[in-house]
Each structure stands twice: as C-alpha cells, then as structure tokens.
Design a binder for this molecule. Structure first.
Ligand SMILES: Nc1ncnc2c1ncn2[C@@H]1O[C@H](COP(=O)(O)OP(=O)(O)OP(=O)(O)O)[C@@H](O)[C@H]1O
Ligand SMILES: [Mg+2]
Length: 244
C-alpha cells in the first residue's frame, strides 16, 4: 500500500447537472486527510458527489482524481482504488446469496474462486457472521442488508472507501463494531452524513449546501455551526424551505 502522503483526492471545479438543473457546481476540494467527512442536509448533493468520486457518473464540468487516477475514465484502476457503500442497499445488491454478493467484487478485481471464498470467509468472521454465508439476502432485514453491502466493499480492500450514510439503519453494537473495523482497516475514508455526531472523528470536514461547498475545516467548529444552522432552519415556520 502506498504511503498516506501519496494519496490525495482532487476535485477541480466539479459540476454535475441532472434534469436540466445543476446538482453540484464549482466544487474544488484537495485533501490528503485520512478521514474526510461531508455533512449536508437532504438534497444538498451528497450522494451525487459520492457517485462522482467513485467514477460512476460523468462530471458535467471539471474533474475528479483519486491518487492521480481519473476515476471516471480509468475504470480498471478506479475499481482497485475506490470502493463505495451506497446509501440504499437495494442499489448495490445484485446476487441472491450473501457469499455470492461478497465474492462478486473480488472476482472483478481478479481474485480466483478460492481466493475470493477465503476473503469472503474472513470478512464474515470479522463481523461474527460466518453463518450468513449461504443466507438468501432477500430474507435479511434492511440493516442486515446494509451490513452485507458494507462487508462486500470492505472485502475488496479499497484504498479509499466512500461511505454514504453508513450508519443509517444499523443498531448500536453493529455501529461500534463497524467503527472499530474502519479504524483498524487503515483505509482512507470519505464519510458522508447528514448527522453531525457521525462525523466527529473525521480529520477534515466539508459542508455541502445546495450543491456547493459552503465551509470546510476541523469537526468541532464546523459541526457546531452546521447544527446551529440546521436548528435555525428547523425552527422556521415556513415549511416550504424544507423542500430545499
Ligand atoms: N438523476 C437525477 N435527475 C434529477 N435530479 C437529480 C438526479 N440526481 C440527483 N438529483 C437531484 O439532486 C439533488 C441532490 O440529490 P442527492 O441524492 O445527491 O442529495 P443528498 O444530499 O444525498 O440527499 P439525502 O440526504 O436525502 O440523501 C436532489 O434535489 C435530487 O433530486
Ligand atoms: Mg444521499
């Protein structure tokens, strides 16, 4: 694995339009922090940013580079480098059984069947879920499906892990287990959440509002400002503002 200092995320004048209107505009972000956090309210563009950073959407303007890789144009290198946990597990799951789902990404990375099975077993064991191996995913709860997706992406050992609301729907023991696992994994994290408490442990934070970065800095000050602003908006009588 390359040294942390070699690893930089670079968004340059990034813009994305959908349905004829800008979802993100003029995003410039350069960071080598290990844990980057993005906070923003519903509809601010967080999930769109996650997909752009994973190379799954074509930028309308500008560029996304992760460790020097243009993640949209160089898909092969991007697959080795960036993993994404989608906000909605239904957008991620393709296969009927847990082991198939976890093995799929590994096979795409070039592991053979035996290697993929061993990696799958290891990740299941690290979350105390070896008995899930042959379980049908459709029979799992929403939070359990979310954990399957998390295990599938962790098994691929990406250098950068993009987590879009990773704790939503997970119970307290599972969150704690996951938090420990992520600390141990040593991978770079791009953690997206609308919930300030989730992001307290980040090294650098960005606040996204209406598709733009409106503040950046250390968690303590930025999260306090964000929380104050969210409370102010929530106390307004004008419900129209909630539509964003
Ligand atoms: N393909 C698309 N077509 C039209 N509008 C889109 C498309 N993708 C995103 N948008 C719009 O862009 C805005 C940002 O969406 P996005 O899902 O990125 O927000 P978010 O910050 O992740 O919100 P949430 O906190 O609810 O998950 C929304 O208004 C959404 O309707
Ligand atoms: Mg979202």
């Amino acid at each position: 694995m390359a040294k942390a200092a070699d690893f930089t995320i670079r968004l340059d004048d990034l813009g994305y339009e959908a349905g004829g209107r800008p979802v993100l505009s003029g995003l410039t972000l350069h960071s080598s922090a290990r844990r980057i956090g993005v906070v923003g309210r519903n509809g601010s563009g967080k999930s769109t940013l996650a997909r752009l950073l994973a190379g799954l959407l074509a930028p309308t303007t500008g560029q996304v580079r992760v460790a020097g890789i243009d993640v949209f144009r160089d898909r092969r290198a991007a697959l080795e480098t960036v993993g994404i946990l989608f906000q909605n597990p239904e957008h991620q799951i393709i296969f009927p059984r847990v082991s198939e789902e976890i093995a799929f990404g590994l096979r795409q990375q070039g592991l053979d069947k035996v290697q993929a099975a061993a990696r799958c077993e290891a990740v299941l064991r690290s979350f105390d879920k070896p008995h899930w191996r042959d379980a049908p995913i459709s029979a799992l709860s929403q939070g359990q499906k979310h954990l399957v997706c998390m295990m599938a992406v962790l098994a691929m050992r990406p250098r950068l892990l993009i987590l879009d609301e990773p704790y939503a729907g997970l119970d307290i023991p599972t969150r704690r287990q996951l938090g420990r696992y992520l600390n141990r994994a040593g991978t770079h994290l791009f953690h997206i959440s609308h919930e300030p408490a989730d992001l307290e442990g980040c090294d650098q934070l960005f606040w996204l509002d209406r598709g733009q970065i409106v503040a950046q800095g250390a968690p303590a000050q930025l999260l306090a400002d964000f929380t104050a602003e969210m409370n102010r908006l929530g106390d307004l009588d004008d419900i129209a503002d909630l539509a964003g």
